[in-house]
Design a protein around this ligand. Structure first.
Ligand SMILES: [Zn+2]
Length: 78
């Protein structure tokens, strides 16, 4: 069983992004630096590794600290 790939499904003017997992229905709201926050809208299957991916060119380059933060919150950035 491989990791689930989460996809960004929307963003707000406030800089908050909604991420969704099409396989288990996990949904998160993420807010990027300098005001990191994460809200779990639906936990889905939280035993599974979730990988963040984007189909388009990333508009942000993540720093080491930001990647660590994503790791801590269960999202492996690819
Ligand atoms: Zn999932």
């Amino acid at each position: 069983m491989g990791p689930h790939e989460m996809i960004a499904v929307g963003s707000s003017e406030a800089g908050t992004e909604e991420w969704s997992c099409p396989r288990c229905g996990r949904r998160l709201l993420l807010r990027w630096p300098p005001h990191f926050s994460r809200t779990v809208l639906h936990p889905g299957d939280d035993r599974v590794l979730h990988v963040g991916g984007r189909s388009e060119t990333p508009r942000v380059t993540l720093s080491e600290a930001e990647r660590l933060w994503l790791d801590e919150h269960g999202i492996a950035w690819s």
